[in-house]
Every structure is written in C-alpha cells, then in structure tokens.
Design a protein around this ligand. Sequence first.
Ligand SMILES: O=C[C@H](O)[C@H](O)COP(=O)(O)O
Ligand SMILES: C=C(OP(=O)(O)O)C(=O)O
Length: 367
Amino acid sequence: MTSTTTISTARSDLDDRRTLRISPLRAPADVRHAHPVDDVAAATVRTGRQATVDVLAGVDDRLLVIVGPCSVHDPEAALDYADRLASTALDLADRLHIVMRVYFEKPRTTLGWKGLINDPHLDGSFDVNHGLGVGRGLLVAISGLGLPVACEFLDPITPQYLADLVSYGAIGARTAASQVHRQLSSALSMPVGIKNGTDGDVQVAVDGVRAAAAQHVFPGVGLDGRTALIQTAGNPDCHVILRGGSAGPNYDAAGVADTRARLARAGLPERVVIDASHGNSSKDHRRQADVVADLAGRIAAGDCSVVGLMLESFLVAGRQDLTLGRTDQLTYGQSITDACIDWDTTVILLNRLADAVSARRADGIGR
Ligand SMILES: O=C[C@H](O)[C@H](O)COP(=O)(O)O
Ligand SMILES: C=C(OP(=O)(O)O)C(=O)O
C-alpha cells in the first residue's frame, strides 16, 4: 500500500482545535511612532542605565532602589506617584539611585488580571493593541520627568514595543528557569535582575545570570512585526534578585553570602539585589519595613555586599480586589495585585536607606 503526502500551507482540521480567534497585533514600529522617545526621556534612559551599571560594578557607591507599585492599573495614579518619586529621587540622588517600578505584565500563580498590556480596560476585553500604546505612553511620560523606569519582561514579544524606554529589567521568580527569558535577557539593552524561584531556589537565578551573559540565536519579531531570527551579544549586566520563597526569607547576611559564593563559583560578578517584598515579607507589605531596617543597619555598619533593594510601594497602603468591569469601585492609588506600602512610609524608608549610605561613607567605606 502506498501513502500519499499532501503539501498545503492552508489551515486544516489539524489546526486551531483550541484557538478561538487570531487577530492582528500592531507592529512595534507603529506603537513607537505613536509614542516617540523625546530628548529628555532618552537622556533619562541613558543615564539611568549607566548609573545602574556603575552601581553594580561598585564604581558608584550609591544604593540602587527599584521602587513603585506591584502593577500599574491606572496610568493617572502611576503618573501621580511618579511625580512625587521624581522629586524624592532628586533629593536623595547623592546617595540613592532610584528607579521606578512600572510593571505592566503580571505573572500569575494560577489565574488573575495579567496586567495593563493584557487587559488595559480591566474588564476582560483584552484590548492588547490599546494596552501597548498606553504602556508606552506612560513610559515616555515618566522618563520625561527624569525618572528611570523598571519593567518585568514576561512576554518575549512585548520588549520590542517598550524596551528602549526601560532602564532596569527584571525576570520574575516564575520564569527564572525559562530558556526563552534567559535568551531574551541576553538581548536586552539594560541591566536585568533575575529572581530566585518561588520555592527559594537561588541556583536557578545564578544559572540564569550565566545563561543570559552568553550569546544566543532564537526566533522573535522585528520592529516591523515580522518574525525574525535574533542573534544576541549576551548581557554582562545581569545579577541575582533575592526575593525569598516558600521556605522563608533570604535577605539576611547568610542568604546574601551564599548567593555571592554561588556566583563566584560560576565565575560571575558577585552582585545581589534584595527584594523586600514577596517571599521576603510573606506578602505582608508592612514587613518590607523590617527588611529595610535590617539592610540599612548592615549598610550603615559598612556592609557592601548588597547593591540594591526593591520595594513595592504605591500611594495608598495595602491592596484591593478588582471586579472586572467595575473600575468605579476601586480606591485611587491602591494596588490590585500585591499589597504595597503607602507613599509616606516609602519616603521614610528611602530616607533611612540614604542615611545608611551616608553612615557607610562616614566610615570611609566605599563599595
Ligand atoms: O508580584 C505579583 C505577584 O506576586 C505575582 O504576580 C503572583 O501573583 P499571584 O500569586 O497573586 O498570582
Ligand atoms: C511578580 C513579581 O515578583 P516575583 O517574580 O518575585 O514573584 C514582581 O516583582 O512583580
């Protein structure tokens, strides 16, 4: 019995058994054209990235602080927050290099609202074409205030729409082991922090830093939105973010020393950022102050082993549940994902960290 082969590029009953709809996505170039980078924003990104590189390298003895909401759901409130943070960042710029968390993509443990790009109207309409424009427009506006921004990169395509405006990138705990995200990090133009796993596994982040430092070739999209083969140079500015995990916190001196030893064994620079939230605060926003107090004490006593800190902070303390389609019920300036510290607490904690850097300098210890 002979078999026949049908060669066809048309979709058949073998395709789309579970795909409901495929619709056009705006090309990155189109969104970039609608929200161009002006000179002020470009200067913010350039100096924001370089300052982070210098802090990571120990050439700059300031502390890197990545601070802002868990997620952006209301661009107006995010800009309000950015306005305040820009002024505080300027006040403390001699001791802290402050970068605002402007997170549009949320990795969920199971299900939930996945961020402003995925569902910008917060109603389950998934208007991604609108979300990409709103997100980029907000990055232009915040960078225009002179405040550098940090984003988590979750989807491997979205960086083409946003990354030129980002000064600090993060790879989250749920994707630290992903080859796709490590390859992506190897291509990104800014320093990237890779988190330890949700189970507390730090080695996965160290392995991620090593993989992202190397060159890769992988499929992606170009600015014109066409599929493309991407060849990367490798990112030398990746580092580990300790965020704690199900086994407990890992921000203490022992957790940092263990991470640095792992990095040294892998032949990598010993650079560690601490995330005061997530597993390091058992998702209780008030405990972020304990992490700051502990780290500030260590820095004031001369410790140079931690290069930066991440804080989840918004205008109003705590968090609230979103009912899809009922944005009228939301409290202005309060997180709809993880709980955050409020603005007043944020200013107190930032000043405490700045004072710790002053004390370290007074002892004549530079990083
Ligand atoms: O930072 C935000 C959350 O911790 C992360 O997106 C997971 O959230 P979830 O466990 O509520 O899905
Ligand atoms: C999702 C986040 O953190 P993690 O990956 O550590 O859970 C985050 O920082 O928003």
